[in-house]
Design a protein around this ligand. Structure first.
Ligand SMILES: *Cc1c(COP(=O)(O)O)cnc(C)c1O
Length: 406
């Protein structure tokens, strides 16, 4: 097993995790990113900032989120004990509020007027609009037209929260194009605006900063799990879009060599181009949105079209630290397809009374597979990254007839 410094790179000063990450951006953006880096380094160690964030986690988000021993699901699978870290119970319904509050507080401290970002499933947009309302910042959210149609309730929520939703009509009209559009808007005015990125992606310092704000998930989980069982979990499982909920859970356990970790990517409809978003599984190193990572790309290095039933997972790149963790073999990356995810969505709903987000359903599906292969004295902790309310209309329209719901 490698030493701490190999497993948990800060990253290095240039923002690299091994050969992944960094800053592949036009020259004028370097100064802007340096400003964010400096401000982040300052406030990260500032007692008042840390206290304010901890206070919001507790009294606004509702942290710590509980861990639930899913006994009936465990019985259904017949094997390892399945536990769920209930990020779905957070205010706004997912883990994203953890980093959005951090970003909004930082933007406010930096004297910015407006926070802007992209959103896929709309979860990041809602979380950021929420954080912006709370701290008193304007908020523009860029969203692909396909996602706007698919995730209508979240679009309405953002409007109610006072954010402006900017439709993106380019290309596939989903997450990748939304990031392109938001970055473009940001470059035009990085002085009064702050980019509140939605995952552990983008140029340095974003992957590090978002990871640090999400780290609370794993820190809580480690302590809670020890309290509940007297041991650490044998396995951690989380879905991977950009990778923020996964890295948030994994970080506190990276040095625990007996804790196995699995990131679950969407295999969509098939492994044909355009029918999945299994970046680490099928991709090769390349550059997207200002950083180096595994990438689903064509011969010219252009990102390929991607798809998943879970809008929050359909991104052709992935957080650079995940590329690094794959390369050194610390985390294993697996895939779950749409059908398996939908089965898990209904299984958790009907066996435990918990409707999971379609993204989280990928992690649940993989946990159900793994549990069945293990003895009953083994444990699996799943990061239940979000709740499924946003997905119910889509799920019932497309798959309801298969499960007796019309
Ligand atoms: C956005 C989202 C994800 C995917 O993002 P990561 O950065 O990979 O965590 C997963 N689950 C839910 C509920 C989401 O909203």
């Amino acid at each position: 097993m490698q030493s701490n410094s190999n497993l948990q790179p800060t990253p290095d000063n240039d923002g690299f995790f091994g050969t992944y990450g960094g800053r592949y951006v036009p020259e004028p953006l370097i100064a802007v990113l340096d400003e964010i880096s400096r401000a982040y380094q300052t406030y990260k160690n500032d007692d008042a900032f840390k206290r304010e964030l901890a206070d919001l986690y507790k009294h606004y988000v509702g942290r710590p989120s509980p861990i639930f021993h899913a006994r009936r699901l465990t019985g259904h699978c017949g094997g390892a004990q399945i536990f769920l870290k209930r990020e779905d119970l957070n205010h706004t319904g997912a883990h994203k509020i953890n980093h959005c509050l951090g970003e909004a507080l930082l933007a406010k401290r930096m004297g910015k007027k407006k926070i802007i970002a992209e959103t896929g499933a709309g979860q990041h947009g809602v979380a950021l609009a929420t954080a912006a309302a709370l701290v008193g910042l304007e908020c523009d959210i860029y969203m692909g037209e396909v996602d706007i149609e698919k995730e209508h309730p979240n679009v309405v929520r953002m409007g109610i929260l006072g954010a402006r939703v900017v439709p993106v009509a380019a290309g596939q009209r989903t997450l990748k194009e939304a990031v392109d559009a938001a970055l473009m808007a940001y470059v035009q005015d990085p002085i009064t605006q702050f980019y509140g990125i939605g995952s552990v992606v983008g140029p340095h310092p974003f992957p590090m900063m978002v990871r640090d704000f999400q780290q609370v998930v794993g820190e809580e989980a480690r302590e809670q799990f020890l309290d509940m069982t007297g041991r650490l979990p044998d396995n951690l499982i989380a879905c991977v879009g950009g990778g923020s909920n996964a890295i948030g859970l994994f970080t506190a356990f990276l040095d625990d060599e007996n804790v196995a970790m699995f990131g679950v990517e969407p295999a969509g409809l098939s492994f044909k181009v355009g029918e999945h978003a299994a970046t680490l599984t099928m991709g090769t190193p390349g550059v997207i949105h200002g950083f180096r990572c595994h990438l689903l790309q064509d011969e010219d290095g252009e990102p390929l079209p991607v798809y998943s039933c879970a809008s929050g997972l359909d991104y052709p790149g992935v957080g650079p630290q995940h590329s690094f963790l794959k390369e050194i073999g610390r985390v294993t990356y697996e895939t779950i397809n749409d059908k398996e995810a939908i089965d898990a969505f209904f299984a958790l709903s009907r066996i435990e009374g918990i409707i999971p987000a379609l993204e989280s359903s990928h992690a649940v599906a993989f946990a159900m597979k793994v549990a069945a292969l293990l003895e009953s004295d083994k444990t699996i902790l799943v990061n239940l990254s979000g709740r499924g309310d946003k997905d119910i209309d889509h799920v019932v329209r497309v798959y309801g007839h298969l499960y007796g719901v019309e």
